[in-house]
Design a protein. Structure first.
Length: 382
């Protein structure tokens, strides 16, 4: 790798990937008087009379706060808010270049969930949406729920919503390829963290009725006495009441793993129905490799990696979804909006195939299609 392409060298040379740029030049005293004092007093007074005008007279309607405490950064774990900043910058850069959104990294030196809620509520007036990012579970569920209930702007948790939406989009097209339907398949989900939890909930809302979720102790079912409120919800999706280990799980049509390398049992894959669909979403190292997928004769295989076919990656979702939330001034995200976004992503693939179930990250139609589909869903829900 040349020094120009070495990630550390690139980041050191750039000293950050985003900056703030003005929309209007200040070249004269008249410019200064209009854009700052005394001219700025007029919009201030108008907003004071009608706070809704903040969307028309300021940047609020195009801004997103990307909030993290650095406790669950990529696959790196609890590395702190400073070490999380490069990831948040990257998210902001993608939002700006893919969807024209001004996003700001907010890296908090605070781990208490209720304190995080209060901090985010305090800064919310300056933003049109909140994007929670890389916060550990289960506390992020508490943070997301409280903020959703208590704020009048949308709260998007990319590790939940984004992953679930892109996964559902991939499944829509994969099912077309294999000739199956959501209501007619059995799904196994490995991992009950934020991604596994959200994927399970969204699939259930989208008509997948037979879903068994596995944590480190095995299948999550009503027979277990150690379940918190979130896992009790997942147990309700387990139509077959299977309560055994992952290795003993048979007859699945779809397996989705959002866990860690090595977490996906080869025995389970061999015991799947044919044709089958497997998404191994651990990143950067999937639960099983491309070579293992071939040797296991998986019919449709997806991962989070850009160098494998069928990249199930949040970058397909969050620019367009947040663009829609801002443009439509959505106050609360619904399952219908998430399902609509998944359909928008899936629809960007004209002819789905075994190695093409989601569009490319650089497909310029994706943001537009998500925006259009979410608008329809928002209209139906209003």
């Amino acid at each position: 790798m040349s020094p120009d392409n070495d990630p550390s060298s690139v980041h050191r040379r750039l000293r950050g990937k985003i900056s703030i740029c003005g929309k209007a030049p200040i070249k004269t005293i008249s410019d200064l008087a209009t854009l700052y004092t005394p001219g700025v007093a007029k919009p201030c007074l108008e907003i004071a009379k009608d706070r809704r005008l903040v969307y028309e007279l300021t940047m609020k309607g195009n801004t997103v706060a990307i909030v993290t405490d650095g406790t669950r950064v990529l696959g790196l774990g609890d590395i702190g808010p400073e070490a999380a900043l490069p990831v948040m910058e990257g998210k902001a850069l993608i939002m700006q270049q893919f969807a024209g959104i001004d996003a700001f990294p907010i890296c908090l030196n605070e781990k208490d969930p209720d304190r995080i809620v209060e901090i985010v509520k305090a800064i919310a007036p300056g933003f049109g949406a909140i994007n929670l990012e890389d916060i550990s579970t289960p506390k992020v569920f508490h943070i997301e729920k409280r903020l959703t209930d208590e704020l009048d702007i949308p709260v998007f948790h990319d590790d939940q919503h984004g992953t679930a939406i892109v996964t559902l989009a991939g499944l829509y097209n994969a099912l077309k390829v294999v000739g199956k339907t959501p209501a007619g398949v059995k799904v196994g989900i490995v991992g009950a963290g934020s991604a596994g939890y959200a994927i399970s909930k969204l699939l259930h809302a989208a008509g997948f009725s037979d879903i068994v979720v596995f944590d480190s102790k095995g299948a999550i079912s009503d027979s277990r006495s150690d379940l918190d409120q979130y896992k009790r919800t997942l147990a309700g999706f387990n139509r077959s009441s299977y309560g055994g280990p992952l290795a003993g799980f048979k007859g699945a049509d779809i397996i989705i793993s959002a866990s860690m390398p090595g977490a996906l049992s080869h025995e389970t894959i061999r015991a799947m129905n044919k044709p089958n669909i497997v998404f191994a979403l651990s990143n950067p190292t999937p639960e099983i490799s491309q070579d293992e997928a071939k040797s296991l004769n998986i019919d449709i295989f997806g991962t989070g990696r850009s160098d494998y076919p069928n990249q199930i990656n949040n970058s397909l979702c969050f620019p367009g979804f947040l663009r829609a939330l801002l443009d439509l001034r959505v106050r609360k995200i619904t399952d219908g909006m998430k399902i609509a976004a998944a359909k928008g992503i899936a629809g960007a693939v004209k002819k789905p195939s075994k190695d093409k179930i989601v569009p490319d990250a650089f497909d310029k139609n994706v943001v537009k299609r998500i925006r259009e589909e979410v608008e329809k869903a928002a209209a139906i829900g209003s």
